[in-house]
Design a protein around this ligand. Structure first.
Ligand SMILES: C[S@@+](CC[C@H](N)C(=O)[O-])C[C@H]1O[C@@H](n2cnc3c(N)ncnc32)[C@H](O)[C@@H]1O
Length: 356
């Protein structure tokens, strides 16, 4: 029988509130960040309290660039590590709000608000934590279109109604905003039996998003062209759990989902191009929009209509020069697609399952 939502939430709260005390207590490497953070994130991490870091259970880098002054929501903020990193990057004029449903995790996050305010040299803290269920974001009183960015690190796999989380995230984002999040994905749908296994679920494995269902949900939720940033296979490293999951392959993937009006389902060619000005302080030499759009400073590069909009209709606009318009359509931008967007079965130049 399918678990009720409240049983599932109780199990997750028990796992993250009582069973686990620190990152090392995890039984697999699913909730472990597999990619080295860039220098500015490492520097920000040095200012985060040890107790907060010890209870980090994320699986990727969820902090995009160019954050000064922005308002960020973290879904499933845990002990607050990503919130305290983001708080430094948005600066005193920005704000970070973390939502989590587990009291023990929230207690750690809240305990160190004043420590971080002082450490960052801010007159007033720009971080707050709210107890709540990310599957019922409508209950938390956030205004529609009130966040610039929504981040989340290894949490949506733990939600039963993943579609609702994505729909609500879309509603809460400002136009031109984005959801930028890391999570666990699988190469196939996972059986009900494995979903009932508390450890496999708690370890972020049996709730993993089957990649194609995720792309469909994201698109249905309004995020027409999901872009993958990076992906790494998860190895599990636990004989008993490996035996249970058999041939299922798992990946940690970071996606960015822009909320932009008029994105098309495919990448269409309007003869447009862009030039990166090298003006984002953390990226002076080149800008990466996703895992297959690398813009070296000063180089004019052809882009499809969707990529043009992702740079033109967002906070990145001032860092680019734009060429062309929408007057002539030259056909599809480039053909590829349909294959799994990560793992071995896909070429690097079409790694998000879309076609540009
Ligand atoms: C794997 S941990 C990740 C925590 C944090 N993002 C990090 O990187 O350390 C998952 C967290 O999501 C929270 N969580 C899971 N499902 C949730 C839900 N439906 N609503 C709110 N929080 C949830 C848990 O309480 C836990 O703190």
């Amino acid at each position: 029988m399918e678990k009720t939502m409240s049983t599932l939430h109780n199990d997750v709260q028990d796992y993250y509130g009582k069973q686990l005390q620190k990152s090392e207590d995890l039984k697999t490497n699913a909730c472990c960040t597999l990619v080295a953070p860039p220098e500015h994130i490492l520097n920000a991490l040095k200012n985060v309290h040890d107790e907060v870091v010890a209870k980090y259970y994320g699986c990727g880098l969820t902090i995009p660039n160019e954050l000064k002054g922005l308002r960020i929501l973290d879904l499933g903020s845990g002990s607050g590590r990503d919130c305290y990193i983001a708080a430094q990057l948005v600066g005193e004029t920005g704000e970070v709000v973390g939502v989590d449903m587990t009291d023990e995790q929230l207690a750690v996050a809240k305990r160190h608000i004043e420590y971080h305010r002082e450490k960052f040299g801010f007159a007033k803290s720009n971080v707050s934590f709210v107890k709540g269920n990310i599957e019922q974001l409508d209950d938390l009183g956030f205004e529609d279109e009130s966040f610039d960015i929504i981040i989340s690190n290894c949490v949506i796999n733990l939600a039963q109604d993943k579609n609702k989380v994505l729909r609500d995230a879309y509603r809460l984002l400002k136009p031109g905003g984005e959801m930028y999040f890391s999570d666990v994905y699988s190469d196939r749908r996972i059986s009900k039996e494995l979903q009932e296994d508390k450890v496999l679920w708690g370890e972020c494995l049996s709730g993993a998003l089957y990649w194609n269902d995720f792309l469909r949900s994201a698109k249905n939720g309004g995020f027409t062209d999901p872009r993958a940033i990076e992906n790494k296979p998860i190895t599990i490293d636990n004989d008993e759990l490996e035996e249970k999951v058999g041939e299922i392959k798992f990946f940690s993937v970071t996606y960015r989902l822009f909320k932009i009006d008029g994105l098309e389902s495919d990448c269409e060619d309007y003869g447009q191009a862009v030039k990166y000005l090298g003006t984002i302080p953390t990226d002076p030499h080149a800008f990466d929009l996703d895992d297959h759009h690398h813009f070296p400073k000063g180089k004019i590069m052809s882009v499809c209509g969707n990529s043009y909009k992702m740079l033109h209709d967002t906070r990145y606009k001032k860092h680019f020069e734009f060429y062309g318009d929408w007057s002539t359509h030259y056909g599809i931008f480039e053909g590829c697609g349909g294959a799994m967007p990560f793992g071995n079965s896909i070429s690097d130049d079409c790694a998000d399952g879309s076609c540009c």
